[in-house]
Structure formats: C-alpha cells, structure tokens
Design a protein. Structure first.
Length: 277
C-alpha cells in the first residue's frame, strides 16, 4: 500500500513538473522619446563658486531594454533672457553629455531658456536659479531599522523661514529624497537617512548633496521616486509611466520630451562611512 502511495506521488510530481511553460510577456514597443536631463547645480557654498551645467540627452527605451541610447547629433544652447546673450553647448566626447563652450555660472534672478534642436524639432524650457541653505552637519549614526544591518546618516541644516522651501537630497548610489519645509519652516532641522546593507559596502565614501528646488520640480521628483522605487536613478531609468517635465516641443506638441530643466543651488558633503561594532 505504501509503495502505491509513493508511486502515485512520483507520477503527480512528474506531471506537474512537465506541465510548466515559459510565458513570454509581449510588451508593446513605442517610438523612442527624447530625454533631456538639464539639472544644473550651482555649488554656492564653495569658494570660488562653481557650477555643474551639463545637458544630458538620451532616447527612451522599451521597458526590458538594458541600455539607454545616447543622442550625439543635437544642437544645444542657452539664452539669458535678461540680455539675450547665448551660450552654446557641445558634445565633445560624443557621449550624449553637452557642456558649455565657455565657463558658465547661472546668476540669481535671471531666467534662462534652454533650447535643444533634434531631428528637425525644437524643444524649449525655462528655469531660474533656486536658492538653498548650506548643510550644517552630516555624520554617521549608530541606529538601525528593521534588519539591524542598516547604516544611519544624520543630516542637519537650518531652513530659511522667509519663503517656502523644497529640497532634493542625493545620497549617492542613485538614492534620492525630496522634502518640503511645511512642518519646519524657519527652524533648525535634522533627520536620518538609512542605507540598506545591499546599497553600500562598508567602509566606503559617499557624497551627500542638498539642492534647493522649485515646488514643481519637487512634485516631479516625488512622482519619479514613487514610480521607480527608492533607487530612482534619475530620469534616464526605465519607469512605468512617461513622466513629463517642464520642457516642451515647440515644433510638434504631441511628441513631447521627457526630463527637466532646473537650476539648483547645491551644497555637498563628503563623508567616510565605517563598520560599527
């Protein structure tokens, strides 16, 4: 009787094992869209003040594609709308990253217009430099969360109480956090960020960036992070939905681009993280 039970079990296991099928998911392909990542950073707390003013151009890819095509044959320039002066950008390394022909530092209270011409179509967006406040302190803490293996980073700064502020934090390794000062306007503020054990390998060095951003850019990043998860990776990552920014196609509005044009005041802090006993 036992032999019959074992024989029946083996037959059922063989049937179910051989009934498994590989299911191929047919994801519809859509024409690639131009992605414009023009997130300028003014390092206002350095002396002398410097700026990162790179315009990154890519093409969107299908959901399961592992590579993001670069755009190396576009025309890119910036117009200072206060005096109509023009700064040309070129992709010197043919890697899709366009840099200004001359050193360029975005000025306060000036509106800049970004123009990108690609495949006979013109894309435009406007931005002004958004003020920020410097980081007061960044240090490694001893606390953990659920697994007990997380690494704590303690952040401190003083918020400007004269305006509503929005901030974007870049914790390296494609880890971002967007916050607003609704509950701490004008106050000294501190919070903790935790790296999971699979996000960093200790000991290591990370650079923390704090940028002042507009309310619109704050909303853009909140949606981007929600759609992509914590490891947002910026607008070049493949995300479930097309996230439209502040750049428009003035030639063909139906062929809208992805990405954003923004100018942030940014403070950076480099810290060495070590293993804690």
């Amino acid at each position: 009787m036992k032999s019959l039970k074992y024989t029946t079990a083996l037959i059922l296991l063989f049937i179910f094992t051989n009934c498994e099928k590989v299911v191929e998911i047919d994801v519809p392909s859509i024409p690639p869209k131009l992605i414009i990542d023009a997130a300028f950073e003014v390092n206002f707390d350095e002396f002398p003040v410097t700026a990162n003013t790179v315009v990154k151009l890519r093409l969107s890819a299908d959901y399961f594609d592992t590579s993001i095509p670069t755009v190396t044959n576009a025309t890119v320039f910036l117009t200072n709308l206060s005096n109509n002066s023009v700064i040309n950008f070129n992709d010197l390394d043919q890697d899709g990253n366009y840099v200004p022909d001359v050193a360029f530092l975005p000025q306060s209270q000036v509106t800049y217009e970004l123009t990108v011409i690609y495949n006979g179509e013109t894309y435009k967006g406007e931005a002004m430099r958004v003020k920020s406040t410097p980081l007061t302190n960044v240090e490694q803490g001893d606390e953990t969360l659920f697994s007990g293996e997380e690494t704590q980073l303690k952040i401190e700064f003083t918020d400007d109480g004269t305006v509503d502020n929005y901030y974007l934090f870049d914790f390296s390794n494609n880890l971002f956090l967007a916050i607003e000062d609704r509950f701490f306007n004008g106050s000294d503020y501190n919070f903790s960020f935790f790296y999971d054990e699979d996000e960093i390998t200790l000991p290591t060095t990370v650079t923390v960036k704090m940028s002042g951003i507009t309310q619109e850019y704050f909303t853009y990043w909140r949606v981007l992070i929600d759609q992509s998860g914590q490891n947002a990776g910026g607008p070049f990552e493949t995300i479930p939905a097309s996230l439209v920014g502040n750049i428009v196609n003035t030639t063909n509005s139906d062929n809208f681009p992805l990405g954003y044009f923004h100018i942030s005041e940014t403070d950076s802090y480099q810290i060495n993280l070590v293993e804690k006993n």
